[in-house]
Design a binder for this molecule. Sequence first.
Ligand code: MD6
Ligand code: FE
Length: 217
Amino acid sequence: MSHGLFEGDTPLAGTRSWLGEQALLLRGFALPRVAVLWPALQAVLAQAPPRHMLTPGGQRMSVALSNCGALGWVSDGRGYRYTPIDPDSGQAWPALPHAFVDLARTAAAEAGFEGFVPDACLINRYRPGTRLSLHQDRDERDFSQPIVSVSLGVPATFLWGGRRRADRVERVPLFHGDVLVWGGVDRLRFHGVAPVRAAAHALTSDERINFTFRRAA
Ligand code: MD6
Ligand code: FE
């Protein structure tokens, strides 16, 4: 099995750093699993292709989204919410691949969140210029559950804010294979992604893919 490391990937694989009291960045944590994650992701995206959703304000989102799991996050003119049905296909979202669940559970435990069982995985696809504005993740029912975020492909600058929108924002580079876990006192921190720069990656071409695992219900 390939270990998934390409030129330009995180030079820091295996290191970890706390971005907050309960926010842990695990550099390269997903690398040993990429060879399994990638084909599973392709199967999910064949069933539920990424699409640019509309914000409640009527803007097309810069990032293209899809989901797998019992629940999927959607946005439209009515607001943000989790739904069991993909509105584009009228079918249930694709099941969460076992390899995804296992990665999320293992990473969460590293950060002190034992027994994390996600029921939703939001998949974000970035191309050059794609950005994600500063937001909080607050559409889930139980904020005691952490979020696990996995980055693949070209690097991006993660914007890591505070508990208030106006708080200072730290810029954290995220590379292929990096995993970020956050919860507890850091669960409602503002965050976003700066416009992704054009780059080439052996696995994803010019794309960055991010999965965020949540316990939505
Ligand atoms: C991204 N991530 O990295 C966007 N949200 O592409 C998120 O919005 C996010 O990474 C909550 C927790 C972790 C995340
Ligand atoms: Fe988020």
